[in-house]
Design a protein around this ligand. Sequence first.
Ligand SMILES: *Cc1c(COP(=O)(O)O)cnc(C)c1O
Length: 419
Amino acid sequence: MAAIARFGTRVVPELPQIIKECRERGQLVKGPYIEAFEEAFATLLGGSGYVRTCSTEYGRMALYFILKAMDLPAGSEVIVPALTFWVVPEIVRVAGLTPVFADIDPVTFTLSPQAAERAVTPNTRAILPTHLYGMSCDMDPILDTAKRHNLKVIEDCAHSLGATYKGRMTGTLGDASFFSFQAFKPLNTYGGGLAWVRDQAIAKRVGEFADGEEWPTEKRVESIFSSGKWQHMFIRPKVFTFSLFPVWYVASFTGSKPEERLWEKVRPLSPLPEKYRGRFTNVQAAMGLAGLKHLPEFIERTRHHARMLDEILGDVPGLVIPTTPAGREHVYYQYCPYVPDSETLVKRCIRRGVDVAPMHVDICSEMPLFGWKGAAMPGARKAATAVQVPVYESLSDEEITRVGRLVRQQMLRINASAK
Ligand SMILES: *Cc1c(COP(=O)(O)O)cnc(C)c1O
């Protein structure tokens, strides 16, 4: 039986045709799709504000450009959730600002509005909520805090494309937002990202920063696409079973942590690495346009899988399925239930061919990189005990059933042996 990987990549069926067409026209790098993609994206977001594609390989550059364009006084404090991807607060620092961590609500995994309010000081200038795992933060009280203290709100939508809050799209609720198009994210263009900005003058500056980057060479674009294809191959069940999976399998016995090699090394990002530079290209935009066409079906299938997992796991003692408060539509970038002993469950599932993973975002307030001297973050600590169960749309319903049943069976066995 084939092993099931923790991540899927959303690769549109038209991709070979798209690459071929751009290559033949000599439009891999520059071309008309960039503007067309920006327009389509703006339409998806509901038409207000301005969008700009940013960077050949990294969505985080959209955040960097937004922060620079807002021109906040050097050293201003930016409130960041304690539980997010470490790169986010690090980019805040690269922009000359100071990240201040606020705890998350462990029920929803997202920034606690109360904690954000408590973190405000006279030096605070912005709040940077992450819509973690594909569900919106509770934005109304966060926006209220921002309004009362005159703070900018920049939404991190790397996981949340298509998720809504009270019927409105995440990414249009604050002053600005950014999206990542890296291979595992909701819209995959093998890298790059996009900034949405409400204010015209700030949007113009973001555009100047994005356009100020050099165009990448055709060779670089070709190499990004060939390594993207390789990544995609790697996590297909048939290949994954014989490639990455054995590494995980052995680690489940030896206790080593191979996944730490898989992710980008935690380090200061100033000066920005050379790989972060370069403009978003035409072939990526063409891929993004196709991805947007498929997005409703991708989201629907993923949500369907989440409902299947809810059904299979909902009554397992000790396991808490993800909670979605009323008024929020979750797109399940990750499906993360709480279990009493995540380490044991992860090991048991990996040994049986399903790559259930421990949490992979970071408790940033505990990372030596940030030297955080403020309060402890019990919400983020608690969130790190959840596990990540494969939910992505490229799995079949049969595979999701297998995943759900395995988690269920192993939880029941763990519960029985604990008695
Ligand atoms: C992936 C991610 C980013 C940044 O995206 P890149 O394209 O890798 O730069 C930002 N925030 C979160 C929460 C992410 O997961």
